[in-house]
Design a protein. Structure first.
Length: 194
């Protein structure tokens, strides 16, 4: 019986080239998964921002409903125009608004007039009462505007809340809004009858 020796050309393991190709394929797959993870985190954060903005607008409207006399306050001029401390006729940036200290804190049980309560409410909505509340703390570049479009707040108010989100990578092609800064502006515009 003849003895067979192993052929010198038969391979019994993996070559370095095969290991390198497998590593490149695995790395490409892992980078794709990392990209999906980042996209998922951006979407989750943007959803959180929208939820926070919706909650802030709802909070402001509830505060206004609790102080309707101030919301409906009119001047004595002829014809009368709205003169409520809740009204912000131009968009006010939260960071700017919060740079001025509140003159009277209505949360301490002291007696506040309707106007003082409105000033406190707007300050609290803009600046919050902690690090996790208020437009200034949870929305990047947040701006608030509250108007009475018909010059009579009894017929309704319009609340406009705008903020920025890092939504797209800056590129030469541009963002969704046409800029190349990687920041998108979002807006909640709500008409409500109190």
């Amino acid at each position: 019986m003849p003895i067979r020796l192993p052929s010198p050309h038969k391979q019994s393991g993996l070559s370095l080239l095969e290991v390198l190709i497998a590593t490149v394929v695995l790395s490409t797959g892992l980078l794709g998964l990392a990209g999906l993870q980042i996209a998922g985190m951006k979407t989750t954060h943007n959803s959180y921002q929208m939820q926070q903005a919706t909650w802030i607008v709802h909070d402001l409207l509830e505060r206004m409903r609790a102080n309707k006399a101030e919301v409906f306050h009119m001047t004595t001029a002829t014809p009368p125009v709205p003169d409520s401390k809740y009204l912000l006729t131009t968009a006010v940036t939260a960071a700017t608004h919060c740079s001025t200290a509140l003159s009277k804190d209505c949360s301490t049980g002291t007696h506040c007039t309707g106007g003082e309560m409105a000033t406190y409410d707007v300050y609290n909505v803009m600046c919050g009462d902690g690090a996790s509340s208020g437009i200034n703390n949870v929305l990047m570049g947040g701006q608030l505007q509250v108007t009475c479009p018909t010059n009579d707040c009894r017929k309704g108010v319009t609340v406009n809340l705008q903020w920025d989100e890092r939504n797209a990578a800056s590129s030469q092609a541009g963002d969704f809004d046409g800029n190349t800064d990687g920041v998108e502006s979002f807006n909640i515009n709500l008409d409500a009858i109190l």
